[in-house]
Design a protein around this ligand. Structure first.
Ligand SMILES: O=C(O)C(=O)C[C@]1(C(=O)O)C=C[C@@H](O)C=C1
Length: 297
């Protein structure tokens, strides 16, 4: 039995976890806040947490990156991709006029997770009133629950179809995201190595802090990978939070940490005075892979 901490039932995280763990016996521990999703596994070495980390439209989920880097020490054990399909959810009777047509001027307020909301800005701008109030909450599932429990009219949520069904609400407009192909990358984090799946493409995530700010420092770091022809898939700078203007670099490498070539590159970076912290070396699963498995199962 695997124990997994994650956001509430009906969130994108919940849908993604159910696809990832489709063939396993899982106990889900749902938390309203992402901080509790992290802390619950930080305090229990036998479980994992499901963390949304990056989105096609909105990019990095900075809050979650910061938790991984500054607040907890939880190695990344796996990565997978899941489509974030967002929908306008509420009660049909509150949106239709006397002719049975949608009247979007009836929308006074919309509620969602900030990342989900920012995936749908074009829809909000084009269809909803200019002065529509926007409220951010801790998950899309939470926004749908709030709309269900609100006595007041004209409040709608942006969330998953699963959350609409769970709460007995209507999916009023399907797929309200600004771009099709909206996907979120998820990390499975925890202290226990994850061995539940066959191997896949491996990736390694590291944090590099430069010794001091000198010309060409980042170039030197990157060249340790470049001349070895090691492929990087992502690089991002984030504040160290120690002083203004001080950054670390988050780097993803398309190699396992077990590969000698990567170890040599990391030794070279350390030799020039950089501090390297490995956040994890883990298998990556595509959405197609997981869906194919589901169909075979
Ligand atoms: O609120 C949810 O449904 C979540 O799972 C959180 C979250 C996120 O934090 O990025 C996950 C995926 C979506 O892209 C939007 C929100």
């Amino acid at each position: 039995m695997v124990t997994v901490a994650l956001l509430p039932a009906g969130s994108v995280s919940d849908e993604a976890a159910r696809l990832f763990f489709q063939q396993e016996d899982v106990q889900y521990k749902h938390h309203r806040l992402i901080s509790d999703v992290f802390l619950s596994t930080a305090n229990d070495i036998s479980q994992y947490s499901v963390i949304p980390i990056e989105n096609t439209i909105d990019g990095s989920v900075s809050l979650h990156m910061d938790w991984l880097v500054h607040e907890v020490d939880l190695p990344i054990q796996a990565e997978w991709i899941y489509p974030s399909n967002q929908n306008l959810i509420g009660r049909r009777s509150e949106l239709v006029n006397e002719h049975g047509e949608y009247d979007f001027s009836r929308v006074k307020k919309i509620i969602s997770h900030p990342v989900a909301m920012s995936q749908c800005l074009k829809f909000i701008r084009e269809y909803l009133p200019e002065d529509v109030e926007k409220e951010h909450v801790s998950s899309t599932a939470e926004s749908v629950r709030i709309v269900r429990d609100l006595p007041e009219q004209g409040v709608f949520a942006i969330g998953t179809k699963t959350a609409a069904v769970n709460n007995g609400l209507d999916v009023l407009v399907e797929s309200v995201t600004d771009h099709q192909n909206n996907y979120t990358r998820f990390f499975l984090v925890g202290n226990k190595p994850y061995t539940g799946r066959e191997t896949a493409q491996m990736r390694t995530s590291i944090l590099v802090t430069l010794p001091e700010d000198f010309p060409g420092a980042l170039h030197q770091v990157l060249s340790a990978f470049a001349w070895r022809r090691i492929n990087l898939t992502r690089i991002e700078s984030r504040p160290t939070k120690k002083k203004l203007g001080s950054y670390y670099f988050y780097i993803e490498i398309k190699y396992s940490l077990n590969e000698r070539l990567l170890q040599l590159a990391l030794e070279e970076i350390t030799a020039i005075g950089c501090h390297v912290r490995v956040l994890g070396s883990y298998p990556c699963f595509t959405y197609d892979q997981l869906i194919t498995e589901q169909q075979m199962y």
